[in-house]
Structure formats: structure tokens, C-alpha cells
Design a protein around this ligand. Sequence first.
Ligand SMILES: C[S@@+](CC[C@H](N)C(=O)[O-])C[C@H]1O[C@@H](n2cnc3c(N)ncnc32)[C@H](O)[C@@H]1O
Length: 262
Amino acid sequence: MTMHPATRFPVTVVGYPADVAALPARDATAMSSPSATEIRRLARELYKPVRPPTRWFQALRPRICPFDELIPRVPPGATVLDVGCGAGVFLGLLAAVGRIDAGLGFDASGGAIDAARVMAAALPPGQGKRLHFEHRDASAPWPEGTFGVVSLIDVLHHIPPRVQAQVIVAAAARVAPGGRLIYKDMAIRPRWSAWANRLHDLVMAREWIHYRPVSEVRQWGIAGGLELESEGRKRLYWYTHEWLIFKRPTVSSENAAATAPL
Ligand SMILES: C[S@@+](CC[C@H](N)C(=O)[O-])C[C@H]1O[C@@H](n2cnc3c(N)ncnc32)[C@H](O)[C@@H]1O
């Protein structure tokens, strides 16, 4: 098994370091697919140890991001690489509901990573020790190895257009055979909604964002060797969300396709 040199995080899907393996078994209860209401309650709990305003923003995040749609796309017991994890809310929720075995998040913002670490440290050991967070830009080398799930949630519109395709292809390359890439971003249509989100990012992140049509992201994922499993769309207040769920074929299904009669 390959270990990430800095974090000793397991970067293959076959095993974990001794300290994670020794933890109590995951509590895979009915909570592992929580409702939107339950997710909002969990986010408030997760960020109580984090200082405002990050505490407030993260507690509000599930109101404007459809985590209730994304969490069920993560196979129970997966290892997850969350690219542009922010303050770690997706991994925190997955760990808190006992859905994952381990999660590694990285983000270009040092402040967000500090908040993610505070959040994870306050979780019970069986949940928090399964999470690791790194301050890292997507333009720097990525953690090595493959993961059962790679997620990019509301990150691509913050990435310069010239490297957006590379980021999707790099994310696809980290998906283990049989694993999934979960991509979620803001929709370009309707225009009024895209503009409302653009204003949000101008105020909150002081950034002029770069939307990319979901049709292009679909093509990049497929070019990265993935199959599209499902896609969806949902509006929460004035925010319109789109997501794509890709799957990397297992080696045997790739062989089956290669040997199938024409
Ligand atoms: C809207 S936030 C989403 C955070 C998190 N995925 C979530 O769902 O809460 C976008 C995040 O992308 C991060 N980001 C933007 N550009 C990045 C880059 N080049 N490399 C890594 N992270 C980046 C930002 O720092 C920010 O935390």
C-alpha cells in the first residue's frame, strides 16, 4: 500500500495505517443517508468548535448546497479525496454519519484547512481520526494513489479556465477502478441565478468566477476514462446546482467491453 509521505494517509483502497485500522468500526446506521434537515443539524454541531464567522458560514452551507443529494452517491466504507474541500464540511458530514472509512481533503486556503482540522479534532476519535486535511493548491502535485471517491464540490468555477480541464482529468485519474467522481458546480442557466451566484462570490470571495458548461465537464470526465453514471440538477433559493456522477469501470468490465462482439 502506498502511503502519502506527509500525512501517512492511505492512498490506495486496500488498507489503512495501524492507527485508523485500530479504530472502532464505523457506525453504518440509517443515519448514513441523512435527510436535509438532519444534515443542517449536523453541520451546526460540527462547526461549534470553530470560530465565527467560519462557524456561521459552514452551519449555513447545507442550506445552499444539496449535500443530501451528494452523500448517498458515496458508497458506504469508501475512502474519499475531496478536492477544494474548503472547511471540510462534506468530509465532516460523511464521517459524522459513519458513511466513509477515511477522507483526505485539500484546499488552497490555509484558513479553511485550519477550520477543517479544528472541526475534525472535535469529532469522536472513530470519526475524526479518519479525516486528514492538507493546505495544497490544485496546481501543485496531488496526493498519490487512488480513492474510492474523488469529489469536487463548487470548486471548478474558482479554477482558471485554462486549467479547468486538467483539474477534472487529474481528479478522474485518482478514481480507483469501480470508484466514483462526484462533480458538483453552479449552473450557467438560468442566467439570473448564475448572476446571483456570481454576486455571492464577488462579495464572499472577492472573486470573478469562471463558469464552465456541464456538457464540457461531462466530456472531460469521459476523456479521463470514466463512465457517466447519473446527473442531476436542483435549485435552492437563488442557487441552481448541477452535478455529474462518474464511475471508473472495473478492470473486468473494461475487459468485457473489449471482448464483446461488435
Ligand atoms: C465554494 S468553496 C467550496 C468548498 C467545499 N468544497 C464545500 O463544498 O464547502 C470553493 C473552495 O475551492 C477552493 N479553491 C479554489 N481554487 C483552488 C485551487 N486552485 N486549489 C485548491 N482549492 C481551491 C477555495 O479555497 C474554496 O475553499
